[in-house]
Design a protein around this ligand. Structure first.
Ligand SMILES: Cc1cc2nc3c(=O)[nH]c(=O)nc-3n(C[C@H](O)[C@H](O)[C@H](O)COP(=O)(O)OP(=O)(O)OC[C@H]3O[C@@H](n4cnc5c(N)ncnc54)[C@H](O)[C@@H]3O)c2cc1C
Length: 488
């Protein structure tokens, strides 16, 4: 039986990102993916939000995505466009880039990191024992791993087999989404009418028509057909525009559910396997990539036995509330997209509010995940928040903080007297650098904060400890996040 330290199920955006994170930490990781290639049929995510661009920047691969897509003020909330150019981040915008390309770039990166992908094979089942997990594949072979991570999408077999509950809200609306040819041109653009929301656009690559139509009944199940699309169009527009020759037809709803637990022993969930919701706001892929970046370095340390398995519980305690917030904001967006007179009145008031700076910035930071704050206790406002990408001066010359995270290793930046910090037994695990920075420390929504004397930055870019002149609590923080001083 082939063995790996970690087996990931699913080479979607979440599984690929997690594989990259583990490979950077020199963990023997493999992915099992039922698709035979990275090709994606149809359309899903349309881009990346600011915090995702930042985490890719932390790994030195943001440029690959920025070069392939189009930067712009694309953050939206219930179809209200929110300018975020005044938020304090190097990437104060979103990136329009189809999921197909996002996956391709991530897959190339994972390939460079030499992660094996078992393609064209499905994970059928698994059994876990005290020391590992046996994973049964559809080709009759099996794998053994210390940990198994289900990044296998909203219908996750791993989640179901682990018996993890998936509570939430049933669908209230259903859309058919398709790429087709038409005889008669529809009115291009987004439409909100008494039947719901709909959209038509000409696809630049192949001249096909991309369409989204709200179904008038909710009781459909399974994959839709061309005649379902035709019926849905006719019910709304009185014509089906002569739709024919579909290359892709699918259905999605506003069902919102979240895994009750992100970990069960040696099995973990990330991405859509852990949370599904309505796509408005474009947060699903982004949340999955950020789950992966939270989990990767923790799992790597547990596998290397430098940290106890209980570190993995912080993955649930930090990421579950983030996705719960995403579900909540998508429920609100669905309500605001309804098309009755009362909702229209509510939209007018919402538009007024979002025209004001503070509400606009709050919602833009929420959708772009720049506001994520892990609860690491009371203290300096930086604690638990993302480290800003400052330009600091060091003995090696000027450096951007995010370039120091490329290796996915923790970073202790000392802005106090050079040489005043000592980390003895952690020196092999944590990078320690004396730095100078005279500019402002600004956080999204918080504004300017007191410059710290030192900061301990986790590999995911979140601040784990903030030092003042007394430097109290550093050994405890190092132990909590990077293991006991003399761990293996
Ligand atoms: C219409 C639509 C629009 C969207 N727009 C956006 C957007 O603008 N922005 C955004 O951030 N998100 C958007 N999303 C959501 C986004 O597509 C998902 O959140 C994202 O794909 C989740 O990534 P993932 O890797 O977690 O799961 P998936 O992308 O679902 O990947 C799961 C992978 O696991 C594989 N797999 C499943 N089961 C098995 C098995 N048993 N064995 C082996 N392999 C298996 C699958 O083949 C797949 O490759 C949209 C979704 C839809 C439907």
């Amino acid at each position: 039986m082939t063995e790996h330290a970690v087996v990931i199920v699913g080479a979607g955006p979440t599984g690929l990102m997690l594989a990259g994170e583990l490979a950077l930490a020199n963990i023997d990781v493999a992915i099992v993916e039922r698709r035979t290639s990275q090709d994606l049929i149809g359309r899903r995510a349309g881009g990346l939000h600011a915090r995702t661009i930042e985490v890719l920047d932390q790994r030195g691969i943001a440029e690959r995505f920025l070069d392939a897509g189009t930067v712009g003020q694309i953050v939206g909330f219930a179809w209200f466009r929110l300018d975020m150019s005044d938020l304090p981040t190097r990437h104060n915008y979103g990136l329009a880039l189809p999921q197909q390309q996002i996956e391709r770039i991530l897959a190339d990166w994972v390939d460079e990191l030499a992660v094996p992908i078992y393609r064209g094979r499905e994970v059928l089942s698994f059994t876990q024992d005290a020391s590992g997990v046996d994973v049964e594949l559809s080709d009759g072979s099996s794998l053994r791993a210390a940990y198994l991570v289900g990044c296998d999408g909203g219908r996750s077999r791993i989640r179901k087999a682990a018996g993890i509950e998936f509570p939430g809200w049933d669908a209230t609306i259903s859309h058919i989404i398709a790429e087709v040819e038409v005889v008669e041109e529809p009115a291009w653009g987004l439409h909100r009418d008494a039947h719901g929301i709909h959209a038509f656009n000409r696809l630049p690559e192949d001249g096909l028509v991309g369409m989204l139509v709200t179904e008038q009944q909710l009781d459909h199940a399974g994959e839709p057909t061309l005649s379902d699309l035709s019926a849905a169009l006719t019910a709304v527009f009185g014509t089906d525009y002569g739709v024919h020759s579909p290359t892709w037809i699918s259905r999605f709803t506003d069902m919102a559910r979240q895994a009750a637990a992100y970990r069960q022993g040696r099995v973990l969930l990330a991405g859509d396997a852990a949370h599904v919701h309505y796509p408005t706001g474009g947060q699903g892929l982004n949340t999955g990539v950020q789950d992966a970046v939270n989990l990767g370095w923790k799992l790597a340390q547990v596998v290397k036995q430098t940290a106890p398995a209980s570190l993995l519980d912080t993955y649930h305690s930090e990421r579950h509330p983030v996705a719960a917030t995403v579900l909540r904001n998508t429920l609100a967006q669905v309500a605001l997209l309804r098309t009755d007179d009362r909702t229209n009145a509510l939209r007018e008031i919402t538009a007024e509010l979002l025209g004001m700076d503070e509400p606009r910035q709050r919602i833009a930071a929420l959708i772009s995940a720049l506001d994520v704050h892990y609860d690491l206790g009371a203290g300096h406002p930086l604690l638990g928040r993302r480290m800003p990408d400052l330009d600091v001066d060091t003995a090696h010359g000027p450096l951007r903080v995010y370039t120091m995270l490329h290796s996915a290793r923790p970073l202790l930046l000392n802005f106090g007297a050079p040489g005043s910090l000592e980390i003895g037994p952690w020196a092999e695990r944590v990078q320690l650098l004396d730095a100078e920075y005279a500019g402002p420390w600004e956080l999204p929504l918080i504004g300017a904060v007191e410059p710290p004397v030192a900061v301990l930055v986790r590999p995911d870019g979140h601040v784990a400890w903030v030092g003042d002149q007394a430097q109290q609590g550093l050994p405890a923080a190092l132990t909590t996040w990077f293991g006991a001083p003399h761990a293996a």
